[in-house]
Design a protein around this ligand. Sequence first.
Ligand code: AMP
Length: 114
Amino acid sequence: MSDCLFCGIISKKITTKYVGETSELIAIRDVNPQAPVHILIIPKKHISTLNDITKEDCNIIGEVHMFVKEIAKKEGIAEDGYRLVLNTNRGAGQSVFHIHWHLLGGRVFNWPPG
Ligand code: AMP
């Protein structure tokens, strides 16, 4: 999608701090980190929100979790713990309308979230 920030990052027209990639996903450092480790996992396919996924996207969702597990280990947060967040629509804090997961770690998190 031409006016999508994350599509621009995926196509490398916009530069940012890349953490890794698979055939389906990229991982980047969040530009405004909310924890010592704050990484975004972004499908290369443009899907606006969780409300827009279809059955054919189920594989991508599974891949996200496998990728998160791998990154958490590499970042040294797997044992202490981490949080995976998916904001859907503005009421939940979504500001970029290309589906992505926040991987947060390196500090203690409260529950319930704010
Ligand atoms: P959300 O509010 O859930 O849609 O998350 C969007 C996230 O993208 C925010 O945490 C932003 O800090 C982050 N963000 C925005 N622009 C960039 C960028 N150019 N590189 C990395 N992260 C970004």
